[in-house]
Design a binder for this molecule. Structure first.
Ligand code: SF4
Ligand code: SF4
Length: 324
């Protein structure tokens, strides 16, 4: 019997949602398991890192990596799996762009560790003990992998062949990516498994998208009496649909949530956050600077909104800080 193609899956700094997008293949996962051999998938199989290291270079047909890169372990696993795989997929927004995890780049490691391990109201840590790279207990030395100063996307660390966008990607796109490999119908290297156009082109509310914005202020969804037929921009709610790649079947819009940009920018846009700010600015009707300033001040959390998924791979990459 001919050897089956080998598939691997790995998670870096991940919430587990992208793993769910694989589990959500439901019975289709049986077809994948029938057609391919899943050789490494830490969330589901008890394979060890050494099992991967022992494989010949290029022995894995395709590896899907989800999650952002923020630990030494992520870098070494990404490099190892790159070496062992013929094809490498960035799976989900965190691997693609840094994702929500990348918002950590607005803060220092010290701020993040203090917040998570000491200051969250549900944590009881009066001695403010933080994780350390090395801890000694008698003669035993316990080591933790190193934490990086900045979160990075997968392509900032290794060469990536294809991207499955989304937070998490819809299972249909995960299936399409796997079938592309199994049926040997690969698109050009660098392709993103989704639409090439912005979400607005396939949005059920596109007919009501305004040419110009005449809103006196921006609001969050819960602050308005929403109209499920109207474009969010028309209702004074920021929607990232005009600057976000489509292919998600407008699932958030259909659930009455504005697009938050998880599919990343469309082709030829380098910085999704900057593009969003520029789009809103170009849509504003008023030319009165004072009025414009007041409207802009009503945009809720502009950094977190415009760069929710793409901060780590943006031009700034994070908060610009002066080195001491
Ligand atoms: S892309 Fe979204 S679902 Fe996937 S690991 Fe990141 S935060 Fe979780
Ligand atoms: S801005 Fe948002 S709600 Fe309006 S058409 Fe585009 S995706 Fe749809």
């Amino acid at each position: 019997m001919a050897h089956k193609p080998k598939i691997a899956l790995y998670w870096c700094s991940s919430c587990g949602g992208c793993e769910e997008s694989v589990v959500d293949l439901a019975e289709d996962i049986l077809a994948v398991a029938e057609a391919a051999e899943i050789v490494f998938w830490p969330v589901a199989l008890d394979a060890k890192y050494d099992d991967v290291a022992r494989l010949d270079d290029g022995a894995i047909t395709a590896t899907l990596i989800n999650g952002a890169i923020r630990l030494d372990e992520h870098v070494s696993m990404a490099r190892l799996l790159r070496k062992k795989s013929r094809l490498l997929f960035a799976h989900g927004s965190c691997a693609h762009l840094g994702g929500v995890v990348g918002l950590g780049n607005f803060f220092t490691n010290e701020e993040i560790l203090n917040r998570v391990y000491c200051d969250v109201p549900t944590v009881n840590n009066p001695d403010r003990v933080l994780p350390r790279p090395e801890t000694r207990q008698g003669t035993t030395v316990l080591k933790l992998t190193g934490l990086h100063d900045m979160v990075r996307s997968l392509h900032q660390v290794v060469d990536v062949d294809y991207t499955i966008p989304g937070c998490p990607p819809p299972p249909a796109l995960v299936k399409e990516a796997v079938m592309m490999v199994l049926e040997d119908r690969l698109p050009p290297k660098g392709s993103i498994v989704a639409d090439t156009r912005a979400l607005c082109y396939t949005c059920p509310r596109k007919e009501t998208r305004p040419e110009m914005l005449e809103v006196p202020s921006f609001k969050r969804v819960y602050e308005i009496e929403w109209d499920p037929e109207q474009c969010f921009l028309n209702q004074g709610v920021v929607c990232m649909g005009p600057v976000t790649r489509g292919g998600c079947m407008a699932q958030c819009i259909q659930a009455n949530m504005p697009c938050r940009g998880c599919f990343g920018p469309v082709d030829n846009v380098r910085d999704q956050g900057a593009k969003s700010a520029s789009l809103l600015a170009s849509l504003m009707e008023s030319t009165d600077e004072e009025q414009l300033k007041k409207i802009v001040e009503t945009i809720p959390d502009p950094g977190g909104l415009f760069y929710r998924y793409s901060l780590a791979s943006s031009i700034m990459k994070g908060r610009v800080r002066r080195r001491p």
